[in-house]
Write a protein that binds this ligand. Structure first.
Ligand code: SF4
Ligand code: ZN
Length: 304
């Protein structure tokens, strides 16, 4: 099997397009697609500082590598940030990998912990949650949003870039639908150019399986130990369901992604009519207190 773009042996077949690529042409195609997504949604402007959120997983390390290469030829700068949730035995391996890669790439790196920011590790916060209704990942995700905003402000960044891929977007959409959280669908629009601190996802149009292959073919080390809370929520089941659909119907994830783009814009426009400011932090929300502040306040109440 020969690569469709050069004379080398093909190493990857894109089932949804039938394209066969060698490792080198495949990697180039991922870099090109990322650059295209960044420019399509105006994700990064001239002279901006981008905080790249690097967890140590394959997505964020691949993003760091690609965006670092771009920064060297474009007029923007990057710094890496890592959020330490305080999950025993899980984050340490990741932190070592991130430190090492940042050193190799000569990227400044800073770690922010839940303990320093909220006086609670994730495990301590989970002890304080009311009943069993709120999942670990939902509390963790809420705290992470606040921690990343803090980190970005601390290093003076204009933009936060995360390694979320197309599969993450589909899963989040289904989770929001199944939990009745339709408001959050409006936050899924990749165009965040009107927000004061923009959160961008340059891999949002790339399949997870392609990021895995990119990381593998570029010999990127990544964290092997999964988070102990990973299988508590519904996300794993939805991931498996969407993967089995894609196996039977190649390209169905791309179709679904296109639908989500349209729906999220409609919800975003409808949310904007109800837009208010959070009384606690001043971020935009629809109810006078944003979900991050309400979670943090509840945890603090339970702590005292
Ligand atoms: Fe947090 Fe859930 Fe991710 Fe673990 S899997 S780090 S609990 S969001
Ligand atoms: Zn090739």
């Amino acid at each position: 099997m020969i690569c469709d773009r050069c004379e080398n042996q093909a190493a990857y077949t894109r089932k949804y397009s039938g394209e066969k690529l060698c490792s080198e042409c495949f990697s180039k195609s991922i870099v090109k697609k990322t650059a295209k997504t960044i420019s399509k949604y105006n994700m990064i402007q001239h002279n901006e500082l981008v905080a790249v959120a690097v967890s140590g997983g394959k997505d964020s390390l691949a993003l760091l590598k690609i965006i670092n290469e771009m920064a060297s030829t474009h007029s923007f700068k990057i710094k890496a940030i890592t959020i330490d949730e305080g999950i025993p035995g899980y984050r340490n391996e990741a932190l070592e990998i991130v430190e090492k890669i940042c050193k190799e790439l000569n990227v400044e790196h800073k770690v922010y912990s839940y303990k320093d920011l909220f006086e609670l590790t994730l495990d301590e916060a989970l002890e304080l949650r009311e009943g069993e209704k709120t999942s670990s990942c939902s509390i963790c995700g809420t705290l992470r949003r606040r921690a990343m905003e803090h980190a970005a402000k601390d290093i003076g960044a204009d933009v936060i870039a995360t390694g979320h891929n197309l599969d993450d977007t589909l899963q989040t959409f289904v989770i929001n639908m199944l939990s009745g959280d339709t408001k959050k669908i409006g936050w899924m629009d990749p165009d965040t150019s009107t927000n004061s601190l923009r959160k961008i996802k340059p891999f949002c149009e790339i399949y997870e399986s392609e990021i895995v292959f990119y990381a593998f073919t570029n010999d990127m080390p990544f964290q092997s130990e999964p988070c102990p809370h990973m299988n508590e929520g519904i996300r794993t089941e939805i991931r498996e369901f969407l993967n089995s659909l894609e196996t039977q119907h190649s390209g169905i994830k791309n179709n679904m992604y296109q639908s989500i783009l349209k729906v999220s814009q409609i919800v975003k426009n409808s949310n904007s009519k109800k837009r208010r400011r959070c009384e606690q932090c001043g971020n935009e929300c629809t109810s006078g207190i944003c979900s991050v502040c309400s979670t943090v306040l509840k945890l603090k109440e339970n702590q005292t």
